[in-house]
Design a protein around this ligand. Sequence first.
Ligand code: PSV
Ligand code: MN
Length: 396
Amino acid sequence: MESNVTQRVHQALSRFRVEIPSWGFANTGTRFGKFVQDGAATTTEEKFADAGQVHALTGVCPTVALHVLWDLPQGIDSTGEVREHANRYGIRPGSINPNLFQDQIYKFGSFGNPDPAVRQEALVHSRLSIEIAKELDSRDISFWFTDGSNYPGTANIRERKRLFEDCLKITHAELASSQRMLIEYKPFEPAFYHTDIADWGMALHFARAAGPLARVLVDTGHHYQSQNIEQIVSWLLSEDMLGGFHFNDRRYADDDLTLGSIDPYQAFRIFHEIQFFEWETGRPADIAYMIDQSHNLKGKIDAMIQTVNMAQELYAKAALVDHAALAHAQSKSDLIGAEACLQDAFATDVRPVIREWRASKGLPQNPMQAFRESGYWERVSLERAQRNRSSVSSYA
Ligand code: PSV
Ligand code: MN
């Protein structure tokens, strides 16, 4: 491999870190049922143990995203245990995700609910989530709202927008100056007529209304078919408002498929826009890269390792774009030349250099194989099988 390629890939991999979600290790399913896995994590400790495996083998996932209700059921009182798990399994708590959708009171929304008592509850939970983040030294509190409505005319859309602005401002005031509020958008599901934060423009508006520490979070699965996500990313970067990503792939809606499994060129183009921005401005983009996938059919740890591999490959390929040549071709409207800069980089097989980089860091060259040979999954499957099998749920 050309030494320039080796050097660029090594530099790219050395700065690339990606957070993995605790919920990716637990049994989840579709609304039609769950296919339980004997080895799925059944406790927060087991989620840390599994996430720790992924980090130990890949070396690039030092943090795990936590969902407050799912991972810290006792709120602040759970933080002591979480810290112990972090020390024991070698992976730190990452973004804290408030849960403003699961409780029965949120049937008609949280921050957008017309009932002030429900909004108050949502504010209390948000404050608690920020406290938890402070306690765990987590920088990002990542807000995703299911708020919306299912039928025309049933919600006052303008009034709800105002309520959101108020609640986000109040919540933002609780942040320490070292923290950030990330606001995630999603076009639909679970609401099917209108969603209060349905797209990046709405998220950007709310982030600006909330205060200076708020940024937009882009979940790659949360777009309509064929939407140009890299353009959204470029716009947010140029406004200094891109806070982070939830990576996954999709074919139809928010399918939570493995990153790059359907359209690897899409994720490559996103990484390219970010690295091109960094080259042009001379400053690193302050972005939290996170995975948001929860696999029902693939082995959970396998799927996470596969995703991390893919993220590294696509990030490394994007680092091979010749930025100077691209800028020149763009300025001359040399379409073939400009497009070739992306295509050549994307076509480069970076896998041998990635293996070399891993070896240079004392990591297994093939983390998937190392995991499969470790016997970890077989061991935890035996330990956890009974608990998992008794948790099967259905609509009946
Ligand atoms: C919603 O679809 C979402 O993308 C949010 O980020 C949630 O926190 C996550 O999935 C898990 O349900
Ligand atoms: Mn998400």
